[in-house]
Design a binder for this molecule. Structure first.
Ligand code: ATP
Length: 206
């Protein structure tokens, strides 16, 4: 992972073991998926494996969250099974096939099946597009040193808050707080905040 002077990252990846994750491996964990509140995936493993996991989750009415990173065009059958599709601006272009304004591209994407489309816009915040309307939430103003994994942490925190039954705006704020703390710290996993830290951050920013 390379981090530039503006705290933005470029990731050079050798998929290694990720590329070997098979549908049979999903079956080994099917009971764990079925008993979960949500299945959160990225596109780091083969598409066939992702589709299979989504089928397992959908059949058990488990909420499917897909962070479409690294981006690639996605089949309709996957989009249809995704409850929350999370993309950054560049991923939105690849997945939607549209270079237009993010709100329009996300609205078009919504028509292709996902329950909602959540677009993260870096320091510009995020926008959530659902059939009920569009919600935008700004990012918190912090001094960023490393944005690596901001999207992952945002997605995870959003999923947690959603499963706890919070309203969408609260979920987005919670996610933005978790990601804001992350970008002030170096490293992907070491930079991940604890829940307690996210709650303290939110209290300090009321
Ligand atoms: P990555 O690929 O590095 O994990 P991403 O490109 O998927 O990140 P971004 O859109 O850059 O995701 O960021 C996700 C969220 O993190 C944003 O919606 C925002 O809430 C927060 N964030 C990112 N950059 C900043 C920043 N400089 N300052 C404050 N918050 C930020």
């Amino acid at each position: 992972i390379f981090v530039d002077d503006l705290a933005e990252n470029v990731i050079v990846l050798d998929p290694g073991a990720n590329a070997l994750l098979q549908t049979a491996d999903v079956d080994v964990s099917a009971a764990a998926i079925r008993s979960s509140g949500a299945l959160l995936m990225q596109l780091e493993v083969p598409l066939e494996t992702i589709l299979h996991a989504a089928w397992v989750a959908e059949a058990a009415e488990v909420h499917v969250v897909l962070n479409a990173a690294p981006a690639r065009p996605l089949p309709q059958e996957l989009l249809r099974m995704v409850d929350t599709l999370v993309v950054n601006e560049a991923e939105l272009e690849v997945v939607s096939g549209s270079r237009g304004n993010p709100q329009n591209a996300a609205s078009d994407l919504l028509e292709r099946g996902p329950g909602s489309v959540l677009v993260t816009l870096g320091r510009e915040g995020c926008l959530l597009v659902t059939h009920g309307g569009i919600i935008t939430v700004p990012a918190f103003v912090v001094t960023a040193v490393d944005t690596t994994a901001a999207g992952d942490i945002f997605t995870a925190a959003y999923a947690v808050a959603s499963l706890e039954g919070r309203d969408p705006e609260w979920c987005l704020r919670f996610a933005a707080a978790a990601a804001a703390i992350k970008v002030t710290r170096q490293g992907a996993q070491p930079g991940m905040p604890l829940r307690r830290e996210v709650e303290q951050f939110l209290e300090s920013r009321i």
